[in-house]
Design a protein around this ligand. Structure first.
Ligand SMILES: [Mg+2]
Length: 299
């Protein structure tokens, strides 16, 4: 069976800071948004101390002081540069790469052999190889989720990241999906988001497992075609493909969802600037020129 891989950098902004300041290893570290407003990245140590994502800095000042948490202002030029190095490293060893966000990329790998047993072994070993290369070349630790669809690869990535016994790689393909998806809130399914999650909760659909078993036609009606595709993807039917860049492309898309609201203009400005520079890089790599730039911002 073919596989999708989702590569995600661990605590990316914190990991970038640590590359240039190894003394920060094993210490609690947080990174604040551009205006030093909110926490936008946390090391595992800071997570364990109970610093929530997105909390305003002044609200965790006591915890910071008490545990001597190292605090950094965000440096998007540095993170963008590290992101490019990571994607460049990955590109050496893959055939189809989709840069999904500053610290995430999807890979597609066609079936390697007829033997599914050998495939299982191959994909996991290959993912471990990629982890090793990215760490060697950039110093950034990554986690890799593997699955028969993009949506399941996303789920697998969460498991790889949360449970250290998997050593950073988890393949969900032949696991018991009911047991795994039962532990996942419907909100945490890729693409569902908090608005649809609220709606689904109201209809008694609480977990990803509930969602997977819900009525296809009803989901299509209530959550549109995208929700329907997400449901099929959870069942193992691949509907979303790796958006590889090819020379025939008429447009280039660089997108990301923040996973939370962006309230500061400066943060928005820096993110948009970063994504435009990534798009420009892709454009140059293909010897193309852009006539129009469109920026979508969803409220
Ligand atoms: Mg990440």
């Amino acid at each position: 069976m073919k596989r999708f891989l989702l590569i995600d950098c661990n605590n990316f902004f914190v990991s970038c800071e640590r590359v240039f300041n190894p003394a920060l290893k094993n210490k609690p570290v947080i990174v604040l948004s551009s205006n030093d407003g909110c926490v936008i990245a946390r090391s595992n140590e800071a997570k364990l101390l109970g610093i929530p994502m997105g909390i305003p800095a002044f609200q965790c000042a006591d915890l910071v002081k008490k545990h001597n948490i190292q605090v950094f202002s965000s440096n998007f030029a540095l993170y963008g540069d590290m992101s490019n190095r990571i994607m460049y490293t990955l590109a050496q060893y893959v055939t189809a790469l989709e840069i999904y966000s500053i610290d995430e990329a999807f890979l597609f790998i066609p079936e390697v052999t007829q033997s599914e047993e050998l495939n299982n072994f191959y994909y996991t070993e290959y993912a471990q190889f990629l982890r090793k290369k990215v760490l060697q070349h950039t110093g950034i630790p990554i986690s890799i989720g593997i699955g028969p669809t993009k949506t399941l690869a996303k789920v697998a990535n969460k498991i790889a990241k949360k449970n250290s016994e998997h050593n950073g790689v988890f393949d969900i393909t032949h696991r018991d999906k009911d047991t795994i998806l039962e532990q996942l809130d419907v909100r945490d399914i890729w693409g569902i988001g908090s608005r649809y999650a609220k709606f689904l909760h109201a209809y008694g659909i609480h977990t990803a497992r509930d969602f997977m078993h819900s009525n296809e036609q009803w989901i299509k009606k209530k959550l549109t075609v995208f929700g329907h595709k997400t449901l099929l993807e959870l069942r193992g039917v691949s509907c979303l493909h790796v958006e590889e860049i090819t020379s025939e492309k008429k447009s280039i898309t660089v997108s990301r969802s923040f996973g939370r609201s962006v309230t500061s203009y400066i943060e928005l400005q820096e993110s948009v600037a970063h994504y435009i520079s990534m798009a420009a890089q892709k454009l140059r790599a293909q010897n193309m020129a852009a006539g129009v730039i469109t920026v979508f911002i969803i409220f």
